[in-house]
Design a binder for this molecule. Sequence first.
Ligand SMILES: O=C(O)CCC(=O)N[C@@H](CCC(=O)O)C(=O)O
Ligand SMILES: [Zn+2]
Length: 336
Amino acid sequence: MLALGKLLELTLAGHEPSAKIQLTPDGTRLRWLDEGALEVTPPAARDNGLDLLLSAGIHGNETAPIELLDRLLRGIARNELHPAARILFLFGNPEAMRRGERYVEQDLNRLFSGRHEQSSGFEAIRACDLEHLAANFFGKDTGRTRLHYDLHTAIRGSKIEQFALYPWQEGRAHSRSELERLRAAGIEAVLLQNKASITFSAYTYAQLGAEAFTLELGKARAFGQNELVNLDLLESALHALIEGREVGEDSTLDGMQLFSVSREVIKHSDSFQLHVPADIENFTELEPGYLLAEDIADTRWIVEEQGARIIFPNPKVKNGLRAAILIVPDDGAGLA
Ligand SMILES: O=C(O)CCC(=O)N[C@@H](CCC(=O)O)C(=O)O
Ligand SMILES: [Zn+2]
């Protein structure tokens, strides 16, 4: 296998390859760009016009998606997968991956869309670098199709195992056909965002015009312990996307659950208290009247919404960041 196919090994070792460009026997070019960043270019005759950004390891302890990208890249480097798409592989936070931690100093996925400019330190520099890598990859050619999947696993168990978060931009409708493709890839639910955000997928969606999703694929575990995370459907769908075969051509949204954000619970102070059991699962329903959280100055979050569910409850986030999301069912009427 070509040495650049071992991007994960190189990244975990903090090693810069001596040969930055390699060609597979079928003419696919691999180019190492930076730590954890590798561009794949198909031969011109096979290029189908799709620019596909695949990222994982934005949170360093979310290893199942990192292992998935490693398998895809090794398949290309072994000449087993024959790309028709241009692809940018990104391992988001190499230092956190080496430590097996979500982040080193601060959550990288809260530093995009320029937020890194108001901060400093390791993750702020990396967010800036990742924005440049993504912007250069998509370039100025608007005739091509831009797609970004930012792959994650969640801190806790979930009543719905695999789901997507779909970013938001003023005046832009969420795409039904993109959701159908995700359905065929095993994604069971989608959370339609309704305001701007500072995550990586929100950046590529709103600033770079890509179709972009955060995919949550199961529970975060250490390297080599991901046998409970079944990525078979997603992996087949990614093989098809990479090779330019249709994904979910005959797919429908049948069985896919749609939600929208009702409220984000923001932690404002060290007095913040979240009143849910430590082992609560994502998508657990909360009844109207439930006292969800309390914070300084008598701030109280009481559930008012019918059919409300909670995702990503985390009272340990830094002040100013979201400590949970309350979501409600969505009828999909706004899809285009
Ligand atoms: O399990 C959790 O509490 C967090 C899982 C996670 O990392 N989720 C992403 C979602 C990003 C998005 O909102 O698009 C995150 O919190 O960064
Ligand atoms: Zn994550």
